[in-house]
Design a protein around this ligand. Structure first.
Ligand code: GN1
Ligand code: MG
Length: 368
């Protein structure tokens, strides 16, 4: 048995999953949780599951997070059965009757079913992949529109709260705990100059223009599973941050990750671009998936949702750089600063093209 399998087999054994564990492999490109693919034999054939350790530093209340996950996945399952399509990743129960297991080191684990014949997009996506992923995220909002019961728990309080995130910066810059401020002067200045973008959604929400709904909040293009041959969308994954939010967060993050052809941490900023054809594909897919779920103001927010999310995530990379890389997984010193620079370049390009983007949204939005 290889060391990884030896380490994880006792944890996997806590869950009510039939079959004999035969292989364990690291999985995925997430920045937060640790994820593994587990193969079982004798189910009666081979079956795959996903085992994850929830990052406690980021998700400080994993039990509430799992409560959200159980409610959301059960609802999606019901809605999808009604609509006769789709797949949902659902958590297994442990022998103790919970959906999570706490190991002796205090880590919280969960086991999920894997989806067969699925892949994620980690390179440059095709137009069809962009359309399918955007449609899946739009549909996600619509399917959760009628989630019964009380509001979901905020798994990360203030996750996309622009004013709250911005507030951290002046003290951090003044304190400069890791002596890194000097390396990030232009980036700090960029956030300061563009801070109005960060205050806009909160202002519109307080005016009653943008409704709070159930949103995914991490709609990177690689958080959708597509069919490995047809690229049809199969399932939205990574549901840890599903909680009350604004629709523009979800359209914004798919814009951030699909409108340009370079990776989030590309160091050659001349390669960052906004491809309006891709933007149009995102808008058409998202609106198709969302159906009539979005209000007029929400549809209008598709124009600048990308600016907001790209700025806020760039700022989070900047803050993590200044704080000494304690939040996001990094491969090198300066990795978070590189990510931040790429995001800020993209924000600038999105701002430059706002008028053309508005025209595109007008063309597709039924309400405008
Ligand atoms: C993190 O876990 P992952 O890689 O899907 C982060 C997102 C960021 C993203 C940037 C809980 O997502 O908010 O947009 O990295 N998730 C959390 O790539 O902070
Ligand atoms: Mg995530």
């Amino acid at each position: 048995m290889d060391p990884l399998q030896r380490q994880l087999a006792p944890i996997a054994a806590q869950f009510q999953c039939a079959g004999r564990l035969v292989e364990v492999l690291p999985l995925g490109a997430g920045h937060i949780n640790d994820t593994y693919l587990l193969a079982y034999d004798g189910c009666p054939g081979r079956r795959y599951c996903v085992l994850q350790r929830i990052n406690h530093d980021v998700f400080t209340d994993p039990e509430r997070l799992m409560e959200n996950l159980v409610r959301v996945t059960a609802h999606l399952q019901r809605r999808r059965e009604d609509e006769g399509a789709g797949m949902v990743v659902q958590p297994f129960m442990t022998h103790a009757g919970r959906h999570w297991h706490r190991d002796e080191r205090g880590s919280t684990w969960r086991l999920l079913n894997a989806i067969d014949h699925a892949h994620t997009i980690d390179g440059v996506p095709s137009a069809r992949q962009i359309y399918q992923a955007s449609k899946a995220f739009g549909a996600f909002l619509r399917l959760l529109d009628d989630l019964p019961g009380p509001p979901l728990h905020e798994t990360i309080p203030g996750f996309h709260d622009g004013p709250q995130r911005y507030e951290v910066l002046p003290t951090l810059v003044a304190g400069d705990p890791c002596a890194r401020v000097a390396r990030a002067r232009p980036e700090i200045q960029f956030v300061t100059e563009q801070r109005d973008i960060l205050f806009r959604p909160d202002r519109l929400r307080r005016q009653g223009a943008l409704p709070i709904r159930v949103t995914h909040n991490d709609t990177k293009i690689n958080n959708v599973l597509l069919h490995e041959e047809t690229d049809e969308s199969l399932c939205v994954i990574d549901l840890d941050t599903v909680m009350p939010g604004l629709a523009l967060y979800d359209v914004g993050d798919i814009v951030r990750t699909a409108v340009s052809t370079v990776a989030e941490d590309e160091r050659d900023l001349s390669l960052v671009q906004v491809d309006l054809g891709r933007f149009e594909t995102i808008v058409s897919g998202f609106l198709q998936g969302a159906g009539d779920a979005l209000t007029k103001a929400e549809q209008a927010s598709l124009v600048w949702g990308g600016q907001y999310m790209t700025l806020i995530i760039g700022m989070r990379f900047l803050i993590d750089f200044l704080q000494g890389d304690t939040y996001f997984k990094t491969d090198r010193v300066g990795h978070n600063l590189d990510r931040c620079r790429t995001q800020f370049r993209l924000v600038q390009l999105l701002m430059d093209q706002e008028e053309q983007m508005r025209e595109i949204v007008r063309r597709w939005a039924t309400e405008l």
